[in-house]
Write a protein that binds this ligand. Structure first.
Ligand code: SF4
Length: 254
């Protein structure tokens, strides 16, 4: 699969900047509260100092491993779960900084998805591929199709008017699970019912970002949908990319 360094660099740059901001605030916080805490108890002051130090070391170390893994696509994530803690702390600060610079939120989220996908590839050896779920948004279905594929994918009559039938064909060829969700709540329900070991999710920036974080620790490869008719209507997905991701998950090539 192709690498997208330029996309990743936005999120990585903002994450490093966020870390600097976090460090500054931590030192300022400590500077302001230290005299009061020391006058109360020097043991409590010592405990707060150690706690702050562990927090800063954890986030800094986590970010270092994430950047290294995202850039090289080699697995430096030890343990795997740390990336979520670090990204959860830094992600909202990244968005605030992007707003400060006047950068579009969509670009930052797109970059986050690229970083997530690089970490996915880096951690490939840890991913179990026995239950692969392809999760699609309902807007991929033709707007006026009368067949309710969210209830049952087999309701699709395979008329070829939208990409649903092509994706069903992929599901059958590679023996995967496939579900279409109308929103975050239904997507989470589908994940609980299917118990996948790995997910390939197609969605818009917003749904992908929340979805990737919601289903943790299940690894998710995110593919942004294409919106030639605007958001939420008759959207598309790059079928070559989708198949390439499936092949990568199943065989390690794509
Ligand atoms: S392929 Fe045809 S029947 Fe199937 S979901 Fe799309 S429009 Fe409906």
């Amino acid at each position: 699969m192709e690498k997208t360094e330029s996309n990743k660099s936005i999120f990585i740059f903002l994450s490093i900047l966020s870390l600097v901001v976090l460090l500054c605030f931590s030192f300022l916080f400590w500077y302001l509260i230290e005299p009061r805490i020391v006058s109360f108890s020097k043991y409590v002051a010592f405990g707060v100092k150690i706690g702050l130090g562990i927090f800063i070391l954890g986030v800094s170390g986590g970010l270092f491993l994430i950047v290294l893994s995202a850039l090289t696509e080699k697995d430096f994530l030890i343990p795997y779960g740390k990336k979520q803690i670090t990204l959860k702390v830094l992600f909202p600060i990244n968005l605030l900084l992007a707003k400060f610079f006047g950068w579009p939120k969509g670009k930052v989220i797109e970059s986050f998805v690229e970083v997530n996908n690089s970490l996915f590839k880096a951690a490939k050896k840890r991913i179990k591929n026995d239950r692969v779920l392809i999760l699609l948004p309902q807007c991929l279905q033709k707007f006026d199709c009368p067949h309710k594929v969210t209830a049952n994918i087999d309701n699709c009559k395979r008329c070829g008017e939208c990409l649903i039938c092509d994706i069903i064909e992929l599901k059958e060829r590679y023996n995967l699970s496939l579900a279409i969700a109308t929103g975050g709540t239904l997507a989470r329900k589908v994940v609980v019912e299917n118990r996948p070991t790995v997910i390939v999710a197609v969605a818009c920036e917003r749904d992908l970002t929340s979805g990737i974080q919601d289903v943790f620790p299940i690894p998710v490869y995110g593919i942004l949908n294409q919106r030639p008719f605007g958001p939420c209507v008759n959207t598309k997905v790059n079928m070559k990319k989708l198949e390439s991701v499936i092949k990568f998950i199943l065989n390690g090539v794509g």
